[in-house]
Design a protein. Structure first.
Length: 206
């Protein structure tokens, strides 16, 4: 289950919170105990300028709630990130930068995620088609050690999606995949967490 609330002001300021049940921290052996809830809190400023250009600068905090203890060599999953993006019409590029530990990887300041997103509304149909490409690059001694052992955690991902507006309720279908190393860092208990996935969503704004 996932859900969130967002607030936006005419000045461009925005803030929000998002939550989801999770099970990935203890599953791959990064911790003992249980962290069953992720909550993301964020704020920033986004606006447009010139003609058809936009920007977004902000901060996000990922919190993983529960009673768990990181395994040796791992950190708490709680993560702080800053980001900046620039858009033109229906395409944008965004860079996220980690401040400290990053999703159980200790001392990972400088870990980055660079992404390009496109979202094109088909005129007079209520249909929007989209595409995404991103690259996660880990930094720090823990990531360097994994790479030296042939388990490079860095990866690229992509997504294709389509959505349709039905009277304010938006039904979406998305396909995503990665080139993360199967059989290595992202294979847990014989399950490849980096494999392709199909997701269906329904969104409604109040």
């Amino acid at each position: 289950m996932q859900g969130g609330f967002d607030y936006s002001h005419s000045s461009g300021f925005y803030a929000g919170v998002w939550g989801s049940n999770v099970g990935w921290i203890a599953g791959p052996g990064a911790a003992t105990g249980n962290a069953s809830l992720e909550t993301d809190t964020y704020f920033g400023i986004k606006n447009s300028f010139a003609t058809d250009y936009s920007y977004d600068v902000g901060f996000i905090r990922y919190n993983y709630l529960g009673s768990y203890t990181p395994a040796p060599g791992f950190a708490k999953a709680d993560t702080n990130e800053v980001h900046g993006s620039l858009g033109y019409k229906w395409i944008s590029a965004k860079l996220s930068y980690a401040l400290g530990d990053f999703l159980t990887v200790p001392s990972a300041t400088g870990t980055t995620y660079l992404e390009v997103n496109a979202s094109y509304p088909v005129a007079d149909t209520g249909i929007t088609v989209g595409a995404h490409y991103g690259h996660q690059k880990y930094k720090g001694t823990a990531a360097d050690l994994l790479t030296a052992n042939g388990l490079d955690p860095s990866y690229s991902d992509y997504m294709l999606n389509v959505s349709k507006d039905f009277g304010g309720y938006v039904l979406g279908l998305a396909y995503t995949n990665t080139n993360a190393q199967a059989g290595g860092y992202y294979t847990v208990n014989g399950t490849n967490w980096a494999k392709s996935t199909v997701a269906v969503s329904i969104n409604h704004s109040f």
